[in-house]
Ligand binder design. Structure first.
Ligand SMILES: Cc1cc2nc3c(=O)[nH]c(=O)nc-3n(C[C@H](O)[C@H](O)[C@H](O)COP(=O)(O)O)c2cc1C
Length: 339
């Protein structure tokens, strides 16, 4: 699908919610939550973009990395690309009612799958929207479900069971959603979890367990200790707590502490294949994309989402050739230049 057409369509479809800026960096939409921005000053979103931009790539062309391999194994599945569709909910309230919830999440999950990857779903305050996410997993035949850290653990486990039945290949919680007042206002209060509670959650399912929203070394270590399969180093795209650092700034120390002990995923501010290469070099095993895929869904549905993932994958491949990386597993910090 033509990128120019996709962007122009998205701009019309998302009018009043997203300006589809030339660079999606959180500046003009600062504070627009609900909406597409970051919370408060919007800095947690803009920091994600700035932190990524602060790393440069060492260009190297004397080697034999002619045909880089972008495949990765993720939760027992072979994916064509390390780029996955992040969990996104609240189509109408955040991105505009040109798409209903089922349209948006289906485009995200099915588009990710068509690109040889996997899409994730989230868990908003409105239970019918979780059902839309589950339906998109049923349609695609696979997906990953991320449940809000509800105060009632039993309720979380019920929601995990529904995801298992729908065909999820992994599940977990966006622990960084622990302060979301909107959930409490809709009668579904959320909150932080103790290690004991996390162990109960991990042991409630046979599926790989993911903790999304880890930004510090001590909490990454706790995730290893409770038996999580994966963490997502993420500040929720800057939407939950103002003034958090950029993901690319905290990822290296987290990777130094837990690399190899848990799968490390990262998201926030990724806007190109080069950004993905940087996060992989900083220690991530895979990445999630949020806002650009929402734009893809509004601009071209399932095909639009696939187009963006394909574009980032081919940019990643080109950047791997020019930095001398033959495979995702081979990517390391030596390809980075930092002042
Ligand atoms: C409109 C919107 C809705 C989101 N909804 C959820 C959600 O329900 N659950 C979740 O874990 N993360 C949610 N996120 C966060 C994303 O999964 C992801 O962490 C973030 O968007 C990555 O940053 P990026 O948009 O800059 O790529 C949402 C993000 C946006 C922009």
């Amino acid at each position: 699908m033509d990128m120019r057409v996709l962007r122009e369509t998205a701009k019309k479809q998302m009018i009043g919610k997203c300006r589809v800026c030339p660079v999606c960096n959180g500046r003009v939409c600062a504070g627009e939550v609900p909406g597409m921005g970051g919370t408060g000053t919007g800095e947690a979103f803009t920091e994600n973009v700035r932190a990524l931009a602060s790393y440069k790539l060492n260009m190297r062309t004397i080697h034999d990395a002619l045909q880089p391999d972008t495949r990765v194994e993720m939760f027992g599945q072979q994916l064509k690309t390390p780029i996955m569709g992040a969990p996104i909910t609240g189509a109408a309230i955040n991105a505009g009612d040109a798409l209903n919830e089922l349209d948006m999440v289906s485009a995200l999950v099915e588009g990710s799958q068509l690109a040889g990857s996997i899409g994730w779903i989230g868990d908003p305050a409105n239970p019918s929207m979780y059902e839309d996410g589950l339906e998109s997993i049923r349609r695609a035949g696979q997906g990953i479900a991320i449940i809000k850290p509800r105060v009632d653990i039993k309720e979380m486990i019920e929601l995990f069971k529904l995801a298992e039945k729908a065909g999820a290949i992994a599940l977990g919680t966006d622990l960084d959603g622990a302060g979301l007042i909107t959930m409490a206002l809709k009668g579904q209060p959320v909150g932080p979890k103790t290690k004991e509670q996390l162990i109960e959650l991990v042991q409630s399912t046979a599926l790989p367990f993911i903790v999304k929203g880890i930004m510090t070394v001590d909490e990454a270590i706790k995730c290893v200790e409770v038996g999580a399969t994966a963490i997502v180093v993420s500040n929720h795209g800057g939407r939950v707590l103002d003034h958090t650092p950029g993901v690319a700034d905290v990822l290296p120390e987290i990777a130094r502490a837990v690399k190899g002990k848990v799968t490390i995923l990262a998201d926030g501010g990724i806007r190109s294949g080069a950004d993905i290469l940087k996060l992989l070099a900083l220690g991530a095993d895979g990445v999630l994309i949020g806002r650009p895929l929402i734009m893809g869904a509004y601009g071209g549905g399932t095909e639009g989402v696939k187009t963006i993932i394909d574009k980032y994958t081919s940019e990643l491949k080109a950047a791997m050739i020019l930095t001398g990386c033959k495979s995702i597993q081979e990517i390391g910090p030596e390809i980075l230049w930092h002042k």
